[in-house]
Design a protein around this ligand. Structure first.
Ligand code: XIL
Length: 449
């Protein structure tokens, strides 16, 4: 009853106010509204509130991630509101926002109100927590690195946040295998030595990959048997050199086509269908203890490919080929794969009693086919963060014996291979161009809760 009465009174006040504004414009100065603390705060929204201003027709609401309102949450740059509150939606959990309002009467606009600060709820983790500390003892948190990016701020970041590194390019054939029987170890050694000096794990990537075949091999004119001998010698030399220093190797990378079928690489052509098994055997002969992985991408969403990848793995296992684990590359998008698709893929690895590596993680905020963003909107940022969280959650939930590492494919946004690969801007990693942790980093931490 009381509520109804209050409601009627409020209605009358608004009605009178509306009447007065239809009359001659009030000559009184339009007061500055007073913003009140937010209510109904949850993961993705809150209710912004302010006091009534006499003779105001509507209010302009600003919501921003920065106290000085240098940018605005989408749709909240002077959003017109006809009420004394507004539900601000599509926000990121555990994030600090600010809002302020102005009153409007005709063409008159008041001064800005006071600024209200509000932190959305949700799985609130201390965003300053370090990744490797949070994941401590459960699995390695890795990053792709290069030998020229191991000092200064890179060094600080690697040694504080990460417990494992992978050479983004410099332990691939194209860098190391300079000619028949000749090897360039300079960059690979620098990376491995750095890891040892800093007590960081090394995941080796990748012994055999069609994407990094030296040009002299592509134009090789020797016999197939000689070619095979070269590959054998290469694998033996590389694995032997790093015995006891490199914990694991991607032995064969991306051997299955998009849409299924064995990829028609130079290795297949010259060594035959058995080349994959041979590479694993040679790696094992060179190091009886190193973990041997098969690594591939898009297996969660490309089901024909997924089927063929696990058929290949089953075949290796049936033939007692030494394989210890599977790397799922995790070059994914803010909206794909779904958690269920990912889980199904993961379960296939576990069902084969193999270790799982979420290798090469990055989450595109721009997907292939949908509208391309030139700036990261709060909505997209939230979806991207949630995808990071989901991926880490799925990984963290697998039994300890299958855990190995989650490796992020780079450090800073602007150095991500994604920008070149898709030829457009993106923000796929955990740190911005100035090494600042981004909300994706918080998403990673939340996945470990
Ligand atoms: C990419 C690197 O990130 C780029 O710098 C390079 O130009 C090409 O290779 N799958 C893999 C990685 O297994 O080795 C690739 O790395 C990305 C796709």
């Amino acid at each position: 009853m009381k509520k109804i009465f209050v409601g009627i009174c409020t209605g009358i006040v608004f009605f009178l106010n509306a009447c007065s504004k239809d009359d001659a414009p009030s000559s009184a100065i339009l007061a500055t509204p007073v913003a009140n603390p937010a209510t109904e705060i949850n993961d993705t929204s809150f209710k912004a509130k302010w006091n009534f201003v006499s003779s105001a027709q509507n209010y302009l609401l600003d919501v921003s991630l920065s106290r000085d309102f240098t940018d605005f949450v989408t749709n909240y740059n002077a959003k017109s509101v006809n009420d004394l509150n507004d539900i601000v939606m599509n926000l990121i959990g555990g994030t600090q926002y600010y809002y302020r309002v102005r009153a409007v009467r005709g063409t008159e606009i008041s001064n800005y109100s006071n600024v209200i600060s509000v932190i959305t709820s949700g799985t609130f983790v201390n965003a300053d927590t370090l990744l490797k500390v949070k994941a401590a003892n459960n699995f390695f948190v890795g990053a792709a690195v290069s030998s020229s990016r191991l000092s200064g701020a890179y060094n600080t970041l690697i040694t504080t946040e990460f417990s494992s590194i992978t050479a983004e390019n410099e332990m691939k054939m194209e860098t190391i295998f300079t000619g028949p029987g000749t090897y360039n170890w300079t960059q690979a050694d620098a990376i491995v030595d750095y890891a040892i000096a800093n007590n960081i794990n090394v995941h080796g990537h990748a012994l055999v990959w069609h994407g990094s075949v030296p040009s002299w091999m592509n134009s090789y004119t020797g016999t197939d048997a000689e070619f095979e001998q070269l590959v054998h010698d290469y694998i033996t030399a590389v694995v032997t050199r790093y015995v006891g220093k490199v914990t694991s190797w991607d032995v064969v990378n991306e051997a299955i086509n998009d849409g299924g079928g064995t990829r028609n690489t130079i290795f297949l052509q010259k060594m035959g269908a058995n080349y994959i098994a041979k590479c694993f055997q040679w790696a094992r002969e060179a190091d009886p203890n190193v973990l041997l992985f098969y690594n591939d991408y898009n297996t969660s969403t490309d089901i024909s490919k997924q089927n063929d990848v696990y058929a290949l793995i089953d075949d290796l296992k049936t033939n007692n080929v030494p394989i210890d684990g599977v790397g799922l590359q995790m070059h994914i998008k803010y909206d794909s794969p779904t958690k269920q698709e990912l889980q199904t893929d993961v379960d296939k690895v576990l069902a084969r009693n193999l270790k799982l590596h979420f290798s090469e993680l990055d989450v595109r905020a721009n997907s292939n086919d949908s509208q391309v963003l030139n700036t990261l909107t709060p909505e997209r940022k939230l979806a991207q963060k949630m995808k990071y969280r989901e991926v880490v959650e799925v990984y963290n939930a697998i039994p300890a014996t299958y855990k190995y590492a989650i490796t992020v494919w780079g450090m800073k946004y602007n150095e991500s291979w994604i920008l070149n690969q898709f030829n457009r801007v993106d923000w796929p990693l955990l740190f911005d161009n100035s090494f600042n942790r981004k909300v994706t980093h918080t998403g990673f931490l939340e996945g470990l809760e």
